[in-house]
Design a protein around this ligand. Sequence first.
Ligand code: SF4
Ligand code: SF4
Length: 500
Amino acid sequence: MSITTNNASSAPCMETTDYTNPIIHIDPSMCTGCRRCAGVCPVDAIEGQPGEPQTVNADRCVICGQCVQICSVYASDWAGSSPQEAASRRQERLRERDMPADIGEPLFAAYYSGSLNKVTDMMTKPGQFRIVQCAPAIRVSIAEEFGMPFGTLTPGKMAAALRRLGFDRVYDTNFGADVTIMEEGTELIRRVTEGGPLPMFTSCCPAWVRFAEIEYPDLLDHLSSCKSPMQMLGSLVKTYGAQLDEVEPANIYSVAIMPCTCKQFECDRPEMESDGYRDVDEVLTTRELAYWIKKSGIDFMNLPDEEFDSPLGRYSGAGSIFGVTGGVMEAAIRTGYELLTNEKLPKLQLDFVRGEEGIRVAEVQVGELELKVAVVAGLQHAYGLLDRVQAGECDYHFIEVMGCPAGCISGGGQPKLMLEKHRIEAYRARKSSIYGHDAGLQVRKSHENPHIIKLYDEFLGEPLGHVSHHLLHTTFQKRGPGKQSRSCDAPAKETGSSIH
Ligand code: SF4
Ligand code: SF4
């Protein structure tokens, strides 16, 4: 099967600005105009002439942070300055970037605004119950910031470090991922059996959601109404978690550690609140957490392994694989298959959805249903597929889209790697580590996680029930008139298989 690409003539550029990008920036005094950033931008949001400083078009930018990851320009006009002047210019730039004054690493031309100053200020505020959650992709990358080989797996050290930084509860986004499977899987079954808009798209990746809102607003009812795992867990922290800990939601300060530059945008979306409380108050990236640990003098690699707190920190292997491309699909099939057929899935390792950047498609026999699925990694590959959905020519049931080339393990907030060969090695090692983590866990299906079963028994009732609907589901906004002037002349590589 091949994907039809759209080479239609360009539509005019969107003029309206619904959002001023406060997160992704290019420092004009440092940018040399090499346009390597433009080469990785999936939505042509980097504008400027070669050899001149570039700018980010906030209307188009989906905040994936891939331009920040690839930017290698850190030479600056302070080279000929006196040491005092250079130090003062550096401090000025750190302030602009909202980064702590004592960070020692080079400052690159493309950057994202930090949140660490805000978080460390809030951590000293008395009377707060401080809760943190960590995305699946952090535990396979943070050790690289401490000189360890690519992909070193350190969930226990991360939990220990977060306790030493002052958090009262260390929870895990993987638990939110398990809840996502319960909700999203049920939604898919309902759409397939009751005739809802198909294909259904996952909604975990905020860069993908923003892309759909800008480029394909007429397809928004194809997105699952589920909040992302981060937002679901954030919502549960201030409701179920607050009840268990007997604390007032108003006194909970909820932080998420993410591999992603777009997650701050997501947590700031007005829809992302429950009963007047923000689901998540602040997001830090992997790199920011590493700065914080170093700055606090914590000897990360010699920390004893500690467990995440129960119940909102206990996860299945299915929750942990959300960090790689194909992970949401694999987790959904593990649960969906068993719920639909009442039979055990013969093999948990679903190689047909695992892979690299691009598109993978498969047909899976689930009872009577021949489920057609697709996995997209890298937003530039989504255009052709979405054009087909728009034209009514796409008969898939379920499509996973992740904005970054290898999923969240390659997110814009992950440790920055200067060389292409290092990025490839790191992504492979992180992926293999995530799959190894899943394989080593006793519970590998979301619906078999005993803490998930208890959550539904004690609090949520049933997936897609009244409480879940209120806390865990959301709406999307049209942010533009539709597909912009990007020409999709690079056909995405599509690989496929049939599994019966
Ligand atoms: S953050 Fe992503 S979408 Fe925005 S300019 Fe950078 S590469 Fe492009
Ligand atoms: S793939 Fe992951 S890291 Fe990348 S934009 Fe999406 S959620 Fe963020």
